[in-house]
Design a protein around this ligand. Structure first.
Ligand SMILES: C[S@@+](CC[C@H](N)C(=O)[O-])C[C@H]1O[C@@H](n2cnc3c(N)ncnc32)[C@H](O)[C@@H]1O
Length: 192
């Protein structure tokens, strides 16, 4: 566990604008992310930015025979995920290319996106591009779950991110604060 935190931190220090965290997601946050999904309606699910795989492990426990794959930009994390979860398909790529990745994967659309991307660190243009590219592949009744750290709820950029979600989804709700995460976090659950 300590090794995992150190490995995470090494990459986080070298890539502050894309990793945006100082520690892997806690079990509590991983469970909150997985519980935010209405699994009845899901056949294909993708994880955006799985990092070292805390949320991935919780998804794998819940997945049964559903089609699950992950897209990770950081090469060290992508390699680590493939070693830790040999049964999982991990694409070392940017989610900006989700359309092409989905074609390679052989699926027409995804029913749920579970994201650990550090949205509030991204430029507003990049947020727009990534959200719109995701919507191009998300099923008409698709779901999107992501989290934000507590300070992101009150920061102007965090508030604008929530507005972007509300412009794109019919329903946007927020879960309870996961206080045991570092830093504390809340999950956004969005439905088309
Ligand atoms: C907050 S960290 C994820 C933490 C993860 N839940 C864990 O416990 O390790 C955000 C992750 O998003 C990845 N990421 C950032 N931009 C990305 C992009 N455009 N496409 C795919 N992954 C991206 C980063 O490399 C990083 O692994």
């Amino acid at each position: 566990m300590a090794d995992k935190a150190v490995d995470f931190l090494k990459e986080a220090v070298s890539n502050p604008q894309t990793i945006g965290a100082i520690a892997p997601s806690s079990d509590g946050l991983a469970q909150a992310m997985v519980s935010s999904v209405d699994w009845e309606r899901v056949r294909v699910v993708v994880e955006y930015g799985p990092g070292t795989g805390s949320v991935t492990a919780a998804i794998l426990e819940r997945i049964e025979d559903r089609d699950f794959f992950a897209v990770e930009l950081n090469e060290t994390y992508a390699q680590g995920l493939s070693e830790r979860f040999p049964e999982l398909t991990v694409y070392h790529d940017s989610v900006e290319n989700i359309d092409a990745i989905l074609k390679t994967h052989g699926a027409a659309q995804v029913d749920a996106v579970i994201s650990s991307l550090p949205w509030v660190l991204f430029s507003e243009d990049l947020q727009e591009v990534l959200l719109d590219k995701m919507l191009d592949v998300l099923a008409p009744d698709g779901q999107f779950s992501t989290f934000t750290y507590l300070h992101g709820l009150v920061a102007p950029k965090g508030k604008r991110f929530r507005e972007r979600l509300e412009q794109r989804f019919a329903e946007v709700s927020r879960g309870d604060v996961v206080w045991r995460n570092v830093p504390p976090a809340v999950v956004y659950r969005c439905k088309r």
